[in-house]
Design a binder for this molecule. Sequence first.
Ligand code: GLY
Length: 429
Amino acid sequence: MKVLVVGSGGREHAICWKFAKSSKIEKVYCAPGNGGISQVAEIVDISVDDFNRLADFVKANDIDFTFVGPEAPLSLGIVDYFEERGLRIIGPSKIAARLESSKMYSKEFMYKYGIPTVQYNSFSSVDSVLKFLVNLNADKKIVVKADGLAAGKGVYICSGRDREGVVSVVKQMMEEKVLGEAGTNIIIEEYIDGPEFSYLVFTDGETYSVMPVSQDHKRVNDNDKGSNTGGMGAYAPTPLATEKLNKKVEDIIIRKVINGIKAEKFDYKGILYVGIIMDGSSPYVLEFNCRFGDPEAQTVLSLLDTDFVDICEAILDKNLANLKINWKKIFSVCVVLASRGYPRSFKKGFEIRGLENIRDKDTMVFHAGTKLEGKKIVTSGGRVLNVVSIASDIKSATDKVYSSVSMIKFESVHYRKDIARKVLNENKS
Ligand code: GLY
């Protein structure tokens, strides 16, 4: 079989790597890919939103199906476009992808289907935010979120006392359009100070299969300090997601979401990512994503035992109920190496050295913001590389991953030194 993966980040590198391992795969293509994906796939120079050229390429090369990595083409309707042209593709339709592309819509969906979510208000003008702030309890923290897609950069945690700060963030989003149209409308949520979990499921729109639960590290600096990012590291499975919690999340959240998807008659084939936050022992949905998380994909796919192609075929054939998906009974830890300054401004074009020194068979390096310049690999983005190690316990996986990370050198490298450390301290696992 031949498969096309759409996207260019560490997530897509991990997806291509997993496809390339399948005995059923003759060729993996990736559009537009990056400097490292060419190790496992043929790079196709077509951008993720050029649906016409992507579909032409699929037809011309007899590609069996397409797998979409990032949210942007899903929110623009790549699945609808491909299906109209009779092409097999994994991902939700445009209308279903609103579960991620509009926070306001996802909240309405959750209210409609009785899914526990964090209390919120939605706003479409600065004036209405000012009125809301008058009655806000100053002792409370709030979270300001852009309604639309912002690659993890549209979330601000503010103190209720800092009204000027809140107004400044809101004005930047709504009036100065720092996030483009994504910040035209916003929501303001109650802040909950609890652990977060990433529950990812495969779904064919009828049924679902839950992946090992992971924890992302969203803040840019150690000890969860600094700005929110797309994710600076992850590990899985987390022992903090106990069997009891997993059952509760399935019962009161995941099953209801899938039932809601069915009731809305959404065409949904692919990955659903449910971001959960705990308030004491109660799980609440923070957000839905309609695709693999990045870096969750890198950590979770390294645990997958079942052939990824079998899962994709079961999703496409709406036959997921009849497939048993197996996971390795081990742990994986992923550390993101970023350009200093990310998620704000940063310099690029620095040569990356030392990759050839990583020879551990249980360690993978997935590229994100890299590109090839002649024989050199240079930095070309905010999140540059993802190093993932697997081992029979979290501590060994963490030690291995940081030993490999220390071999990689580039100017202005920044990474968190505490990925999975908190759970190690709490669980001593
Ligand atoms: N790591 C969070 C996300 O992919 O949205």
